[in-house]
Design a protein. Sequence first.
Length: 298
Amino acid sequence: MSAPVTLSSGPISAVVEPAFGGRVTAFRHAGTDLFAPVADNGSRDLAAPASCGCFPLVPWSNRIRDARLTLGGETVVLPVTEPSAGHAIHGHGLRRAWQAESDGATAHLHYAHAAGAEGWPWSYRAAQVIRVDDRGMTMILSVTNTADTAMPAGLGLHPYFPRTPGTRITLPVETAWPPVEAEKFPAAGGQPLPEGRDRWEARPVQLGLDQGFGGWAGTVRIAWPERGMALTMAGKGPLEHLIVYTPTHRDYFCVEPVTHAIDAANLAENQGVEGTGHRVLEPMEELSVSLTFMVEVI
């Protein structure tokens, strides 16, 4: 199945588009959008995927500097997928057509990556399970190394949330991984949060961020008081980092639970930075995470 899939249970509904990067293009409670939806303009270009909804990050999250990945002293040159900056970004999953099966409340999606495709030397399998019930939605994402050598791997999910004047966010993290000047990359490990930001309790969305945070406690709560809605995002598995993107010129923001820091492999392998979340999977080893979005009427 490659056609869009609608999942529903009670007031909860979601639209999953397997052919458009396995993305959840809409997530709603009684018709109210909880993700900023993908515009229904007919454009589903995998070469330049549009923003919004929620897409899978596999087999890495965020950016790899200069599209060059170091592992065991060897350099892997990847295609540049962020042409404006010369980096590789967000892995392969959002640019792939996934295969899917659905029973109306749960969708199972998967694809197989051949060794060498898109410059990635390893073969792997990626899978998603997306399930709704009358309280919200759960997304499970996994990757299995099917190559005969060890493979670096990371996972994450990239939801876009509506930003309203009253939006408040509670974001318990322990460290900040600030980018260096105008770059998108941290130069070192996690740093203590600035004073006053140590808990991020029910605060307005801080605009202008595009960076990582570490030591995530596993939950994020977003409230839209003027809409009478709130959403708690709860992660399981090694989702120890968050990427927070809050553009000043958009009516959305992103809080992305991920397994590793931005450019984790290069930070760990080249600079010996600790706490990056950099992982290497042995042949047939699996990495899996899950994220549940629990809806509240307030």
